[in-house]
Each structure stands twice: as C-alpha cells, then as structure tokens.
Design a protein around this ligand. Structure first.
Ligand code: P6P
Length: 334
C-alpha cells in the first residue's frame, strides 16, 4: 500500500527534514511549523481587508517613526505568541518592538534559537490591497542556555543564520524559507488549511530582465548606481534585454517575483539617507540568505550583506539583491 503523499505539507516537509538528520533535535522543524501556524492566522486577517476594523492606523508610531497599522501589531503578536509558547525560541526582535524581547521562562531559556521579524513588511500598502509580507530570520543563540537571551544573540552577521524566510500575502499566500540545504516554497491550500509544497528547491536564474528600484530617488543615488540603472534602460535584444522596470513598493513581493523570474532589486542609499531605508537584521539579511542559497547575490554596494557585523537591532543598510549575473554587472559599475 502506498501511503506516501505526492504533495507534502510544510509540517510533513519539516518533519522529513528532521528525519533526514539523525542528530536533529526537532527544534528547528518545530519553530518553522510555529511560524507557519502564525502565518495562517495573519493571512485570515489580511484577507479580510476592509471588512473589519482591524485596518487603518493604530494611532501609534513605531521605533522607526512610522504610523503603525493595526495589522502590524496583530501580526507581531501572532508570531511572538506562537514562539513564546513553543519549545524552540528564547526570544525575538521585531520591527514593531523598540528592543529585543527575551521570553525568559524555563523552557524558552533552554531553547536553541532566536528569531527576528518584520511582522508585516509593506504595511503602508495594506489599505490599497497591494501584496504585503512577513520576513523572518533564525539564529542559534550564542549565549549559554539556562538564562534569558541577550542582545548579542540578535546581533550576529547574516552568514550565521540557520534559516530565513518570508510569507507573501498576495494573489495566493506563499511561505518561502531557506536553510543551507535549499530554498523551498509552500502555497497555502485553503481547502485543507495547510501550506503545501509548490516550489521545491528554488534556484534563481543567473540573469533576468527585471530591475526594481524607486526611480523617484534617481538623482539622489551615487554615480555607479545611476550608471547601472541607465545601462538597464539601454538594454535591447542585442545585449540581453530589453529590461522591464517592476517596483511594487512592497519588498517581499518584489524580491519574491525576482527570485522566481530572475532580476535585481535595489534600495540604494541616497544623499539624504546614505544607509537607505531597509533594516539589516530583519529585511536585508533574511532575503540575502535566501537569494544566496538559491544561487543569487546580495550586497550593500560595498560588501556582501551576510558579512556585515550588526551593531544595532534597527540599523539600516543599502540593499542590492538578485540574479548573480545582474549583480556582477552592477558591481562592474562601482
Ligand atoms: P519606497 C515598505 O515600506 C518598504 O519597507 C519595503 O517593503 C519596500 O520595498 C520599500 O519600503 C519601499 O520604499 O521609499 O520606495 O516607497
């Protein structure tokens, strides 16, 4: 009797990954299932856009000085809740929290991992029904177990991530995550309420024809960036083009499209904001980890994103990320 399912759910896949590792404790698998559960709860509220009074401004401002939408808070609390009551995470850092949050209970203090989140990236798009997303990053704690996690557990370079992923709440809801073993994508199947494997072993094309950048800042970018963007505009059939410019204004949606189709996403620094807008720890690092595992590249314009040594939880970084060949063309402009 064949009892193997053709299409694995996220839970089945994470358990299979654990079975493949004899020494696995199951903590990472459990943590990823917790994230999948919180994502399903957030998805229900995101899909109710406009139908409930959960949308709109929450009347508060987060550490970034941005108006916080109620869904930001809801999403933050969902991810915090499942991890605090799980067995795998000692504490989290989040775009919606001024400081890191140690769970500080006997089970959590003996857990192996810490998580960082952007609970709802692109939240400025919530009220106009544009795709938004959650981004997450997982590290082993570096401080001794048995006591609450400390800030140093969160200030690790991105190359030390154990896993990273995102959920994109779009025309369908997808969870994509990477470990060193590969990048896999799971699409939420509403008929069974489970994320099911839809994009196994994702590899990003070495070249694409999509470049994503906010042209409104063009004259504020440094010369090499302007040179690369101009080169993109000059592409035609004779030199690997023509390119098309696609920019949703929701990083998860832009990065996901380019991961699948090939392309480059850029959020450069500007004269006014040399470090750009995106957050290193819970936006740049997880996306960079995913792209590198999928065969792409990610830099801050000067160095590999994953090699940057963080000094602050909410520090910003310029970000250039995408297909290897396109990233090398960009690097040739510096
Ligand atoms: P701009 C959303 O607020 C976000 O953090 C990313 O998701 C998105 O890529 C970027 O900002 C858009 O910023 O300045 O181009 O509107």
């Amino acid at each position: 009797m064949n009892v193997d399912h053709k299409v694995q759910t996220l839970d089945e896949f994470t358990i299979q990954q654990m079975r493949d590792f004899p020494h696995a404790t199951g903590e990472l698998s459990s943590l990823l299932r917790d994230i999948g559960l919180a994502a399903k709860r957030v998805n229900v509220e995101v899909n109710k856009a406009g139908l409930v009074d959960i949308l709109g401004d929450a009347g508060t401002v987060n550490v970034q000085g941005e108006d916080v939408k109620k869904l930001d808070i809801y999403a933050n609390n969902q991810f915090m809740g499942v991890l605090k009551h799980g067995i795998s995470c000692g504490g989290i850092a989040s775009e919606e929290l001024d400081d890191f949050f140690p769970f500080d209970d006997p089970v959590s203090n003996n857990s192996k991992y810490v998580c960082l989140f952007d609970p709802l990236d692109g939240s400025g798009n919530i009220d106009t029904n544009v795709s938004i997303g959650t981004i997450f990053s997982v590290y082993r704690r570096v401080t001794p177990k048995g006591a609450p996690v400390q800030e140093i557990d969160f200030l690790q370079p991105g190359r030390d991530q154990v896993a990273a992923g995102y959920i994109v709440y779009g025309s369908s809801t997808m969870l994509v995550y990477a470990t060193r073993r590969g990048v896999n994508g799971f699409t939420l199947d509403p008929s069974i309420g489970e994320f099911t494997m839809s994009h196994p072993t994702i590899r990003t094309p070495e070249f694409g024809r999509i470049y994503s950048v906010n042209h409104g800042n063009f004259f504020q970018y440094e010369e090499p960036v302007k040179r690369y963007i101009t080169n993109c505009q000059k592409k035609d059939k004779t030199n690997g083009g023509p390119y098309t410019q696609r920019y949703i204004g929701s990083m998860v949606a832009d990065v996901h499209r380019n991961l699948i189709k090939g392309g480059i996403f850029m959020y450069p620094g500007t004269l006014e904001k040399p470090k750009g807008k995106l957050r290193l720890l819970y936006e740049c690092n997880p996306c960079a980890f995913i792209l590198e595992v999928a065969g792409g590249k990610a830099t801050d314009g000067k160095q590999r994103i994953l090699d940057v040594q963080p000094t602050e939880l909410h520090q910003r970084s310029p970000l250039f990320i995408g297909s290897k060949g396109m990233m090398e063309e960009l690097e040739g402009c510096f």
